[in-house]
Write a protein that binds this ligand. Structure first.
Ligand code: KIV
Ligand code: ZN
Length: 519
């Protein structure tokens, strides 16, 4: 990659550890899109998936590998020969492939396959050598390293290096370590393990105690030169180290952390929003770097200070992470050229046809709102990237009040056929969802229903996320509208359309499920 001893390799695992978080499943097309954005942003290594886990994972890793340009494409494999072979099959067509193999080395993890220390050591030797015979770029991870006995950890790392591993990753799998301990562990391993100076040490932290960023940076200060991270900190349980946080910390505090990365930080905001949309995990408002409020100043004193000198309350410029510093307010008098300029400023590249479509929706929205904000525009872009769906909302009227149940009158187009239903419910959203289920009976279970106002004011656009689960399949739908109930209906229908695609069936097939089956 580079000989610069202060260059830190950024290993992104949004598509593997991130996608592994419950409910964050992405479609094939979404994975390809995110991989392309990561590559464009300058991520050094993309962990694209776990090829043996499913046919879908295998296909995604293979296609990402085939399309790869600059980044190394890595696949994950357990310490088993068929896993490693499958992983190699998926990544082998990448310009720069990597196999990442791992095994849990702590006492708790050793107990799962019921291997003694010696048996596990032998397995490590065998699997790492096998991987290295296939690929000259091999990463090995002792899972739960931070709870593994020191002597045993040194022993197995030495074995992995001798067997041909080129990167040794030290995972804090359960987010248990703390910054000083994280640094000590990396420093001592580099000083102690024979051959350590011939490999790259990596840090892989989880955020269970909210210390993943601090632990990763401490590891780098102690000699690690690869950080494993995800966009928005997506990942198992409380997530992984957030890419945007470690990268911006090293950039803004380069005076005390003199490390560099290959990341074009101006692309951070766009990819953060795309990952939030496709994963269905919205970014918390006050999230460092990419939260909606990260560069917002509300109080009079702050606004006054900002007007005099932005540095009074800002340690980095919004432009550095891809936010438009100044915004040209868009409204109903704006034309197509202004919309195109705004999309460009937001880092969104659209063709003429998509622009036409977004423009029609934009005009419609501008008629209903005083001012159309950047987030409104991005929500419109998301809405226009959808294809021809089996289920479409035609019309929705809801009557509700304090005196009784809400009543929804719904009209939908199902595979080109107009259908309508009236349903009562406990509130407008419940009545609407029931009416949708009357027209499109299904067994999908509602796992998540979340509403966010993406802009201020009572005329704000609401972004609604709906996550459905059916027979182990998970689909997330999102939509935005100034009317929360309409956004909810569209998000629910969006998720149902995704389930239909996943089942490989049409809406008509699904109608055969009896309404009585619906829970
Ligand atoms: O957290 C972890 O230990 C992992 C390994 C597979 C590297 O994700
Ligand atoms: Zn992990």
């Amino acid at each position: 990659m580079t000989d610069d001893k202060n260059r830190v390799v950024i290993f992104d695992t949004t598509l593997r550890d991130g996608e592994q978080s419950p409910g964050a499943t992405m479609t094939h097309a979404e994975k390809l899109e995110i991989a392309e954005l990561l590559d464009d942003m300058g991520v050094d290594i993309i962990e694209a998936g776990f090829p043996i886990a499913s046919e879908g994972d295998f296909r995604a890793v293979s296609e990402i590998a085939q399309r790869s340009r600059n980044a190394v494409i890595c696949g994950l494999a357990r310490a088993q020969l068929p896993d490693i072979d499958r992983c190699w099959e998926a990544v082998r067509n990448a310009a720069k492939p990597r196999i990442h193999t791992f095994i849990g080395t702590s006492p708790l993890h050793r107990a799962i396959p019921n291997l003694s220390q010696d048996e596990m050591a032998e397995r490590i030797e065998q699997t790492v050598s096998h991987a290295r015979n296939l690929c000259d770029n091999v990463q090995w991870s002792p899972m739960d390293a931070t709870r593994t006995e020191w002597d045993y950890l040194c022993r197995v790392i030495e074995i992995a290096i001798k067997a041909g591993a080129t990167t040794i990753n030290i995972p804090d799998t359960v987010g248990y370590t703390a910054p000083r301990e994280s640094a000590d562990l990396i420093r001592r391993l580099i000083e102690t393990v024979p051959g350590a100076d011939e490999v790259v040490f990596a840090t892989h932290c989880h955020n269970d105690l909210g210390m993943a960023t601090a632990n990763s940076l401490a590891a780098v200060e102690a000699g690690a030169r690869q950080i494993e991270c995800t966009i928005n900190g997506l990942g198992e349980r409380a997530g992984n180290t957030a890419l945007e946080e470690v990268v911006m910390a090293m950039k803004v505090r380069n005076d005390i952390m003199p490390f560099t990365t290959g990341i074009d930080t101006k692309k951070i905001m766009h990819i953060s929003r795309r990952v939030a949309t496709v994963s269905g995990f919205p970014v918390q408002f006050n999230k460092a770097i990419v939260g909606k409020n990260a560069f917002a100043h509300e109080s009079g004193i702050h606004q006054d200070g900002m007007l005099k000198n932005a540095e009074t309350f800002e340690i980095m410029r919004p432009e550095d992470v891809g936010l438009a510093g100044t915004s040209l307010p868009l409204g109903k008098h704006s034309g197509r050229a202004a919309l195109r300029a705004k999309l460009k400023e937001l880092g969104v590249d659209v063709g003429d046809n998509q622009l036409k479509d977004i423009f029609v929706r934009f005009k419609d929205l501008a008629d209903r709102k005083k001012e159309v904000f950047d987030d409104d525009i991005l929500a419109l872009v998301t809405a226009t990237t959808e294809g021809d769906d089996a289920l479409q909302l035609v019309n929705l009227k809801v009557v509700c009040g304090t005196g009784g149940p809400a009543e929804a009158t719904l009209e939908m187009e199902i595979n080109g056929e107009d259908m309508s239903a009236v349903s009562e419910g406990d509130g407008p959203v419940d009545a609407t969802f029931k009416a949708i289920r009357m027209l499109h009976p299904n067994k999908a279970r509602l796992q998540l229903y979340q509403v966010n106002a993406v802009t201020e004011g009572t005329d704000a656009q609401a972004t609604v996320s709906v996550r459905l689960e059916e027979d182990g399949m998970i689909a997330t739908g999102q939509s935005a509208d100034t009317d929360t109930v309409v956004a909810s209906a569209k998000a629910y229908i969006h998720a149902l359309n995704r389930l239909i695609v996943r089942r490989g069936k049409t809406g008509k097939d699904v109608k055969e499920i009896s309404y009585r089956d619906v829970t």
